[in-house]
Design a protein around this ligand. Structure first.
Ligand SMILES: O=C(O)CCC(=O)N[C@@H](CCC(=O)O)C(=O)O
Ligand SMILES: [Zn+2]
Length: 332
């Protein structure tokens, strides 16, 4: 993070990107908000008068340390808001996920933080990220406890590889119809082109908040991984505008409804013998035809079951026991 492009960022944005919330916390506090710093990299800003009509919005970034674009984007957004704090019309929790991995410029230190949001962690227990996840789980519970019914969690990421839809989101199926419809509409207003309905937790942060806290939680992929200070923020313009509106209780700009995909199958890495039938740089949403082999793992052969399925997040390098990809189909 001593890179010249990072040093060139405004000081306030650099501070936020490094999870230093001191100055922003002071500005919100001075404006009469109840401000909390419950853990390193976590800031909460709530109305001083409890108001269950107010939406509660959790924004998380940097859950993967090399996904830096959303960190910069949100740092700019929060910096601007802290200079006009009375514009904030929601209770806000800002979470910089894996601070140590961000500093190291790596996806994670020991193991993927975004697989730790589950009760049984198996051999992920005891890793560096398991401790961080416990901290975030506690802070998240405290934030949503006593919150009103409008609960959002936008977990902002960027993808490892190129994508036929560069901006897409994963939405837990268990979110009830009305908030799910509203969330998907909002995602379209934020420039999201495709949404994948996810029927099952892979241990992700957004599934956790949806399942445990009744939040409209989603993992949002906003583009490709990049270096802090070198991200082209213009690619996040639509999401920035939608966030600007959400935090101020304003209607989001017009957008296009995203295409909706259902999960056909999750490809699990069962052993070190796992082999994918295509390269690890295969674009997200690449189509495969019925009967084609997706991966083999010992005696297990994963094949395409529908006339056409699209591969998302193909990654043979994950730990044994974790998801190595998702196959999706267009929803009717
Ligand atoms: O590009 C990739 O392979 C990974 C990008 C990423 O971090 N995606 C999230 C998706 C989480 C979800 O399914 O809700 C992840 O794998 O953690
Ligand atoms: Zn990620």
């Amino acid at each position: 993070m001593s890179d010249a492009s990072f040093e060139a960022l405004p000081e306030s944005v650099r501070a936020l990107a490094q999870a230093d919330f001191g100055q922003v916390a002071d500005l919100f506090r001075a404006a009469g908000f109840t401000v909390g710093l419950p853990a390193r990299g976590v800031l909460t800003v709530k109305s001083a008068q409890a108001d269950t009509g107010r939406a509660s919005v959790l924004l998380s970034v940097g859950v993967h340390g090399d996904e830096t674009g959303p960190i910069e984007m949100v740092a700019h957004a929060v910096d601007a808001l802290s200079r006009a704090p009375h514009e904030l019309q929601v209770d806000l929790m800002l979470c910089v996920g894996n601070i140590d991995a961000i500093a190291a410029g790596k996806r994670f230190i020991d193991a993927d933080l975004n697989r730790m949001f589950r009760l049984d962690r198996g051999d992920l227990a005891g890793t560096f990220e398991a401790g961080r996840a416990d901290t975030l789980i506690q802070a998240t519970r405290d934030f949503f406890d006593g919150a009103g019914p409008q609960r959002w969690h936008l977990d902002l990421h960027t993808a490892i590889r190129a994508s036929r839809y560069p901006k897409f989101a994963i939405v837990p199926e268990l979110i009830p119809d009305a908030p799910r419809t509203r969330l998907i509409e909002w995602l379209g207003q934020g420039g999201i082109e495709a949404v994948i309905m996810n029927p099952k937790s892979a241990g992700t942060y957004s599934y956790w908040t949806a399942e445990r806290h009744g939040a409209a939680g989603t993992t949002v992929e906003l583009g490709r991984i990049g270096t802090l200070g070198q991200n082209d923020l213009s690619q996040f313009a639509a999401m920035s505008a939608a966030l600007h509106a959400l935090l101020r209780g304003l209607p989001a700009p017009e957008g296009k409804a995203p295409l909706v995909f259902n999960t056909a199958q999750s490809i699990m890495k069962l052993s070190d013998g796992f082999r994918m039938s295509f390269g690890r740089d295969t674009e997200n949403f690449t189509p495969l035809k019925k009967g084609e082999t997706i991966a083999t793992d010992g005696d297990t052969v994963y094949t395409v079951q529908h006339d056409e399925e699209f591969v998302v997040f193909p990654n043979p390098d994950v730990r044994v026991g974790l998801r190595a990809g998702i196959m999706v189909v267009r929803a009717q």
